[in-house]
Design a protein. Structure first.
Length: 79
């Protein structure tokens, strides 16, 4: 996800793995749920998160930035 494109640079080379998603609500509308899952460090995970925003739209645009805030906080306070 583009939300994490500069994460390694900001957090001393920590690599992340992530997956974005958009799921249909299923009620006949065109609304979608936004989700984003991520873990890090890639080679020895210490933290994993999945963010789901009901009727939020696209995962990378809505849920991704929320996950990024969580990871910035975690790695900023656990050096």
């Amino acid at each position: 996800g583009y939300t994490f494109f500069d994460f390694e640079e900001k957090h001393e080379g920590i690599k992340v793995a992530c997956k974005t998603g958009t799921a249909e609500v299923g009620d006949g509308t065109k609304d979608t749920h936004a989700w984003f899952s991520v873990f890090a460090p890639y080679d020895d995970p210490q933290i994993i998160a999945t963010v789901l925003v009901e009727r939020g739209g696209e995962g990378s645009k809505v849920a991704g930035p929320i996950a990024r805030e969580i990871f910035d906080f975690w790695f900023g306070n656990n050096k």
